[in-house]
Design a protein around this ligand. Structure first.
Ligand code: HSE
Length: 428
């Protein structure tokens, strides 16, 4: 029997979830692999804080070196979250030859190269299955299972909070602020929801996914980001009338022209598999030249799904390294630089509030057509006519630059632009 010592950085929801699962699984690991996994130290901020009974208080320490500098500890599970000091401590552990398991998408996305360099320098593995999609094994799928594919497109719902909010806005006809308050009361949204609703969380996750899928680093700075707070009930109703649902999507493509990536609320056709992803669930829909279309679906957050994914990483890395097999860095580094494309093609949803006067629609149509934008559908509900003309336009796919220019060219005395959203392509 071989004893393998583990150190935890942090013991909040996720850290204590890992300690619990490890306790539950230790017997199986012992029996199956003749390995005894033992938590040796747990770094916490506050020694006096009440912890669950499965966290052994004698393991707690406020000294990070008890984890990072203990030569017996070969595996470090980072559960602190945030950028600093997590990124620095993970680099330190990796350089010292300790294998690191983390769920920290922010530190990973912002310090991708440093972490991978530290991993190579220390010949230690960095595992991060739980960083994107919680329980959904998307990292392993991209890294291992789809190796033989050239993935050219990836569209994902990777923020459970916003998917929960948009699902309830859609299914119950509620406004954003009301659903948000409810979700906060239920603990399903953070007291400060900015990172989720402004698309930051999804942006970090997209940087990680696209870097793996395309074998090229997609830095966070190259991702265009738009949150979902401006999606109104009106947009959700219009989308439904047109046969779509609104979702906060993380989208990335890699073609011969270059890479493109953005996070934004989008209209998704009701018959698209991503449309059926409801509540706090996550899904990644991708296309590879050999596998074709594929969707992976699962629970993207929560203590047990996240701790479960971290625990699987831990078991994998222990098994890989217990017998001194050479370990592998869990991300291929990216060779060369791929340019970001300068314009993209997308269909658009444009909601306008206009004067109900002769020539207004002709003016809008003229501006669109002079920018080579075709109209696919148009709504102007008569029951809302008292509020002036409420016009909703769905365009055919067009140059995004042209769409923005056409909208800029609308006469502001006649037309007020209420919302503009991208439309996910329907053809699969
Ligand atoms: N806040 C994230 C979400 C969970 O709502 O999906 C952790 O990444």
């Amino acid at each position: 029997m071989k004893t393998m010592y583990i150190g935890l950085l942090g013991c909040g929801n996720i850290g204590s979830g890992v300690a619990k699962l490890l306790g539950e699984m230790a017997g199986t690991i012992r029996e199956s692999y003749q390995i005894e996994p033992v938590i040796k130290s747990i770094l916490v901020r506050d020694l006096t804080k009440q912890r669950p009974e499965y966290v052994d208080p004698s393991l707690l320490t406020v000294d990070k070196d008890k984890v990072l500098r203990d030569p017996e500890i070969k595996y470090v599970v980072e559960c602190l979250g945030g950028e600093h000091p997590s990124a620095d401590w993970m680099c330190e552990a990796l350089r010292a030859g300790k294998h690191v398991v983390t769920a920290n998408k922010m530190a990973l996305a912002l310090h991708w190269r440093e972490l991978h360099e530290a991993s190579e320098a220390g010949h230690a593995t960095l595992y991060y299955e739980a960083a994107v999609g919680g329980a959904m094994p998307i990292i392993k799928i991209l890294h291992d299972s789809l190796q033989a594919n050239r993935i050219d497109r990836l569209t994902a719902i990777i923020n459970g909070t916003t998917n929960y909010l948009l699902t309830r806005m859609t299914d119950e006809g509620l406004d954003y602020q009301d659903v948000l308050k409810d979700a906060q009361a239920l603990g399903l949204a953070e007291p400060d929801p900015t990172a989720d609703v402004e698309g930051e969380d999804a942006m970090y996750k997209l940087s990680i996914l696209a870097s793996l899928a395309f074998h090229r680093h997609l830095p966070v700075s190259a991702i265009e980001r738009e949150g979902m707070t401006h999606v109104a009930q009106e947009d959700i109703r219009n989308a439904h009338e047109l046969g779509y649902r609104i979702k906060l999507l993380a989208h990335a493509t890699h073609t011969e022209e270059g890479m493109d990536a953005y996070v934004s609320p989008m209209l998704v056709p009701e018959n698209h598999p991503l449309s059926s992803v409801k509540g706090a669930f996550n899904a990644v829909f991708l296309h590879g030249h050999a596998c074709g279309d594929m969707m992976i679906y699962g629970r993207g957050a929560g203590s047990a799904p996240t701790a479960g994914a971290m625990m699987s990483d831990l078991i994998n890395v222990i098994l890989e390294t217990a017998n001194d097999h050479a370990s592998q860095v869990q991300a291929r580094e990216n060779d060369g630089c791929v340019p970001m494309i300068s314009d993209r093609t997308s269909a658009f949803y444009i909601r306008l509030s206009a004067q109900d006067a002769t020539g207004v629609l002709a003016h809008v149509a003229a501006s669109l057509s002079s920018h080579q934008i075709g109209v696919k559908a148009l709504l102007q509900p008569v029951e809302r006519a008292l509020e002036g003309a409420q016009i909703t336009i769905l365009t055919h796919p067009a140059s995004e630059k042209n769409v923005r220019a056409a909208i800029d060219a609308f006469d502001k005395r006649l037309v007020k632009v209420m919302n503009v959203l991208r439309v996910e392509a329907g053809e699969l």
